[in-house]
Design a protein around this ligand. Structure first.
Ligand code: ATP
Length: 354
């Protein structure tokens, strides 16, 4: 079996960290004899230069045929405003990528607020209060007069159920096998209530996974005081937006925050950080988050497609990254080292090669 994986370099530091990620994924795949059919596709500024749009039709068409793809950060903050061809490429929406999977993993060799943190957050991505994603016309917020603004929050059974199922599937692959659903049902009885009900229903299908519920304010505090107690945390869109940043802060910041956006059948590796124009073009960005996002893509595809070679390749990348971090010789500046982006990528590639 061979996997079809797209490469979308993105903008700014994406052009530096995505190649490191692909280099490492290629070596891990070769070591496991996993065949990957790679497709380089334009997106962002390059997409606009070549095809007049930040999400060119040719890219969109190709993505439909792929198992998954690696997408670098997009430099949307610098895009001209009011021009429909210069937009943040609506990839998540077009491909119905409904959950963001964001691990917060501490490393003994890297300074962090807490040690022994190993949490995977699942954030619902298609509903909630983000207006661009909850309506096809109009906005779910409006201002009837100058002193009042009304905003709506959309929660559906389907959206809640599928993100919960993904959380339980991930929990099953982990040692502690524990899912915490974060919400505030006693206050948001219908909205959080529906999310909680769906989580409880899904939990019944996973008797091997421990399920608990926690109020969003309570978990916010416990994540700061005792994050070691959490394994997999699932929550709705806006709560997840905040909790995942707490997670990144707990373990050392944005350079260490990988991510995977998952749909029913496809997934996209995308680091949590933005395109960081302030450090772009200098070969100093930390490639960890992008490389580990690629690692997550292989692990997810391995599970979904029942391809043990992809799972083994992901395991190799995790081990290689752990090794490079533990020895501390090839770390980028944000981690207190002196290595360039490509030196850290090369060191990880060498560790994965073994
Ligand atoms: P966006 O709005 O595009 O998501 P952001 O506001 O989250 O972007 P980033 O582009 O992620 O901002 O950058 C925030 C800060 O973190 C910047 O100072 C940037 O240099 C730093 N940063 C982001 N990613 C990395 C990385 N991979 N390595 C080192 N520093 C990074």
């Amino acid at each position: 079996m061979s996997l079809k994986i797209g490469i979308l370099p993105g903008d700014d530091i994406g052009l530096e960290v995505v190649p490191e990620c692909i280099k490492v994924m290629k070596i891990a795949a070769a070591r496991e004899r996993l065949e990957i059919d790679w497709r380089l596709l334009p997106i962002g500024k390059k997409g606009h230069e070549e095809h007049g749009h930040t999400l060119p039709a040719v890219t969109e068409q190709n993505l439909r045929e792929l198992d998954g793809w690696v997408m670098g950060p997009i430099g949307h903050a610098a895009y001209p405003r009011g021009d429909a061809t210069w937009v943040m490429p609506p990839v998540r929406k077009k491909f119905d990528l409904f959950a963001a999977v964001r691990p917060a993993l501490s490393h003994a060799a890297i300074a962090s607020i807490h040690k022994n943190v190993d949490i995977v957050f699942l954030r619902e991505l298609t509903e909630g209060m983000l207006y661009s994603e909850t309506v096809v016309a109009g906005l779910p917020e409006f201002r009837p007069n100058d002193d009042i603004t009304v905003a709506m929050r959309v929660i559906t059974r389907k959206g809640s159920s599928r993100v919960a199922r993904e959380a339980f599937e991930i929990a099953r692959t982990r040692a502690r096998k524990r899912v915490t659903a974060a919400h505030k049902e006693p206050v948001y009885r219908l909205a959080c209530g529906m999310f909680a009900e769906e989580c409880r229903k899904v939990a019944r299908d996973y008797p091997d996974v421990t399920f608990e519920e926690m109020m969003i304010d309570s978990i916010a505090m416990k994540l700061v005081t005792a994050p070691q107690q959490f394994d997999v945390v699932v929550t709705t869109n806006q709560f997840g937006d905040i909790l995942t940043d707490i997670g990144a802060g707990l373990v050392g910041g944005l350079g260490l925050a990988p991510g995977l956006c998952v749909g029913e059948d496809q997934a996209m590796a995308q680091a949590t950080h933005g395109s960081a124009p302030d450090i772009a073009g200098r070969n100093i960005a930390n490639p960890y988050a992008m490389i580990m996002s690629g690692q997550m893509l292989l692990a997810w595809l391995g599970r979904k497609r029942k391809e043990p070679k992809a799972i083994a390749a992901a395991g190799r990348i995790q081990a290689g990254v752990n090794q490079v971090i533990a020895t501390r010789r090839h770390l980028t500046r944000d981690l207190g080292g002196k290595a360039s982006t490509s030196e850290m990528g090369d060191a990880i590639a060498a560790a994965v090669q073994g």
